[in-house]
Design a binder for this molecule. Structure first.
Ligand code: XMP
Length: 502
């Protein structure tokens, strides 16, 4: 595996993704937490950083234990840190560069194998290495930056001032791939090998122990369940709770899918209980709390009906873990569907997807022959339609929203637009307005349609769905859903809006 030491750059995750796209397993660890005892490490990458190496609070770590022991690649700040700590000089130069640049000279070096002069690279740095230590040999330059890339004599250590991990560095992947070759990585880490090794590890870790898992219908929990099922079979019990705030027909549909996958699932109809607890509550955070707590209670009750449960399975994925490791403390938002469960139930946690990115989870699911519609499903919030019925929730309002949402989802599929958006859904606004149907005046609810494009839900743009499509959906909803006489489309991006309305 490759270790990426994270000095807080926004592109650290991208480095990890690129390495994994090259079928090589890697892990991100905080800059000062290098796993000294890990015998499987083949190479180390130092990330960029929001700091300058000259800053008083800059992240610093002693690289002497790593240099010469492993092949090492410093990126941007990583490259500057190596120079800085080897008696070089890093300064706020005149030649600061942002954006595109081109490598005008490239010397013969393994790291640049197969890369020609003129190759575009992406720069983003205010500091420049102005004095290069004597044993640092320049291997590539841009017009403005002499030391765009260097190698240290007598050791397998390289530094690049640009960011090979970003898309705009056209040969970036090639450079990273060359580095992996230098490290002797076999590049054989694939979804199939992940499934094989994970199932074996789960068998060893769990033995004959019993595991309980909450299913949500979403990709992560479903793939977790199938993996666990392959490892321990009947010792896995899954619980799928209908809180009455799922999409129309979803509970029955997904339950069938799960049974088809051979999972041992208990479906719990808890609709009434949730509606009762939510009656009259309109504050979004309050609603989230009630739904979250109700969920834990139902799950806990089910768990108590079973005997000898030792483990709680969870569909935690890598971005959640990275956030909680965050060295800069800039955790933006974390939504946990089953937060609080492990503490309450005193169970050990098993999280087989904890080191995978979302797209990798999807590939693992497909590898295990799970249905495409289950794998490609849009994200759906834990509190479900509870935060899409704005204001207080009644079963009648939920039904109106379910019907409108169902039409919207069906038509997105029919028009082959479903896979083009990250997430979509209908929202029931607490607004009534006047309309006319036949000869009659109506006074009914408004439905807002939301669809966004995104890669990680942190930022999002409203999806530019075709007008003709929106016209058809609007018509269909107003004609078929009793209680609605107006449909609007949300054209706000995130930020400053959020994806959900509550
Ligand atoms: P926002 O509205 O913050 O949503 O832009 C970002 C992503 O998170 C989902 N979301 C939630 N998921 N519990 C969840 O499990 C929640 O309380 C929750 N709130 C928002 C939202 O659907 C989007 O994918």
């Amino acid at each position: 595996k490759i270790i990426i030491l994270d000095f807080g750059s926004q592109t650290t995750q991208l480095i990890a993704r690129r390495i994994r796209e090259l079928n090589t397993y890697c892990e991100i660890v905080p800059y000062n937490k290098f796993p000294q005892d890990d015998t499987t490490v083949k190479g180390v990458i130092l990330s960029g950083s929001p700091f300058s190496v000259n800053d008083k609070d800059a992240f610093y770590t002693d690289l002497n234990d790593i240099r010469k022991k492993y092949p090492l690649l410093g990126i941007c700040y990583g490259a500057q840190l190596l120079a800085h700590t080897s008696n070089g000089k890093v300064e706020k130069g005149d030649s600061r560069e942002y954006g595109r640049a081109h490598l005008v000279t490239i010397n013969n070096d393994l790291l640049f194998d197969g890369i020609k002069e003129g190759s575009q690279v992406w720069m983003s740095h205010g500091d420049t290495i102005t004095v290069l230590p004597a044993d640092f040999k320049i291997i590539a330059s841009t017009e403005d930056v002499q030391a765009a890339a260097y190698k240290i004599d007598g050791e397998q250590t390289w530094g690049v001032q640009f960011h090979p991990e970003v898309y705009h560095s056209t040969d970036g992947t090639r450079i990273l791939s060359n580095f992996l070759n230098i490290c002797g990585c076999k590049k054989d880490w694939t979804p199939a090998s992940f499934v094989e090794s994970t199932v074996a590890e789960l068998k060893a870790q769990l033995g004959d122990d019993k595991v309980i898992l909450a299913l949500s219908g979403g990709v992560d929990s479903s793939v977790t369940a199938v993996l666990l099922n392959q490892a321990i079979g009947k010792n896995l019990t899954c619980v799928f709770v209908d809180h009455g705030l799922l999409r129309k027909g979803e509970f029955e549909r997904v339950l069938k899918d799960y049974e088809h996958l051979g999972l041992n699932v208990i479906g719990v109809d808890a609709k009434e209980r949730f509606y009762k607890a939510l009656a009259g509550v309109s504050d979004p955070e309050q609603k989230r709390k009630i739904i979250g707590k109700g969920f834990i209670d139902v799950f806990d009750e089910e768990a108590h009906k079973l005997k000898d449960i030792k483990w709680l399975g969870q569909g935690t994925i890598y971005p959640d873990i990275i956030e909680s490791l965050s060295i800069t403390g800039t955790v933006i938002k974390s939504h946990h569907n089953v937060g609080g469960l492990p503490e309450k139930m005193n169970l050990k946690l098993v999280e087989p997807l904890r080191l995978l990115f979302k797209d990798e989870v999807r590939r693992v699911g497909l590898e295990m022959n799970m249905m495409e519609h289950l794998i490609k499903r849009h994200p759906f919030p834990g509190p479900g339609l509870g935060i899409r019925v704005l204001g207080d929730i009644t079963p009648e309002k939920v039904e109106i929203l379910q019907n409108a949402d169902d039409i919207y989802m069906r038509m997105l599929n029919e028009y082959h637009l479903y896979d083009q958006v990250w997430q979509a859904g209908a929202i029931l606004l607490p607004v009534k307005s006047v309309g006319v149907m036949g000869d009659e005046r109506t006074y009914e609810f408004t439905i807002a349609l939301r669809a966004v494009t995104s890669t990680d839900a942190m930022t999002a743009d409203w999806a530019h769905l075709p007008y003709e499509f929106l016209a058809k959906v609007s018509n269909e909803i107003i004609n078929k859903v009793k209680g609605v006489n107006r449909v609007v489309y949300d054209i706000s991006s995130k930020p400053p809006a959020t994806i959900e309305w509550e």
